[in-house]
Ligand binder design. Structure first.
Ligand code: 5GP
Ligand code: MG
Length: 205
């Protein structure tokens, strides 16, 4: 039986996923496999929301989401948050049209006042950590009371910057994933699951 400690670790570190299942026929040509199924995501997101709800109870919460990859995750996460909260977005773009990280581009600034408030930064995936490092440095200058970070996915072995997330949905291997908001050249964001692209697909572009 899982101890409370195990459950806490799983919550913070993210559930390990490494096995793929067969993609739906429509996507078999482009995807090597489905890494995280729709139902798995739904269950996990609900758990993250419970945890966040507990940690931010009674606080003046501002959720700051990074566009565009968080679109589905954010929508599902906040619909399970029974807390007073406000929502704002920061636009950052690092993967402009491939899988290689490039110069970070700020496409939208924060508009809500966060000074003295509790901030939850939501991102799709923590990879090298460069994106979140840059965003968190900027956020800290705005003097919020505290900042917590929530990501749907993290690739542990890829970290370059010293950044950690307080809430992690799933911990995944070093694979390029798409779906559930995550794109490749702006495509695949609409997939309801997280899938792995065939490398030949992006290596040739
Ligand atoms: P980092 O700055 O941590 O290296 O990268 C973070 C950003 O890179 C994420 O917000 C995401 O937009 C993009 N990214 C990193 N890994 C992947 C991946 O496997 N698939 C997709 N679609 N985007 C990724
Ligand atoms: Mg992103």
């Amino acid at each position: 039986m899982a101890t409370q400690r195990d459950r806490m670790d799983e919550m913070i570190q993210g559930k390990q996923v490494s096995h793929c299942s067969r993609p739906p026929a429509r996507w078999r040509h482009e995807l090597k496999g489905v890494l995280i199924r729709q139902m798995q995501i739904a269950r996990r997101v609900r758990k993250l929301a419970d945890e966040i709800e507990r940690d931010f109870a009674g606080r003046d919460l501002v959720v700051v989401s990074l566009l565009n990859g968080t679109v589905m995750f954010l929508a599902d996460l906040i619909r399970h948050l029974s807390l007073p909260m406000r929502l704002d977005f920061i636009g950052v773009s690092s993967y402009r049209d491939g899988t290689q990280s490039r110069e970070l581009l700020l496409t939208k600034e924060l508009r809500l006042e966060v000074r003295g408030r509790d901030v939850l930064v939501v991102d799709d995936i923590l990879d090298t950590g460069k994106t979140l490092k840059c965003v968190l440095d900027k956020m800290r200058e705005l003097k919020p009371r505290r900042i917590k970070v929530c990501v749907l996915l993290e690739k542990k072995d890829r970290r370059v910057e010293k950044v950690r997330a307080d809430y992690v949905g799933f911990s995944i291997p070093d694979l390029f994933v798409v779906g559930y908001g995550l794109d490749f050249a702006e495509r695949y964001r609409n997939l309801p699951f997280v899938g792995v692209l065939h490398p030949h697909y992006y290596q040739s572009s």
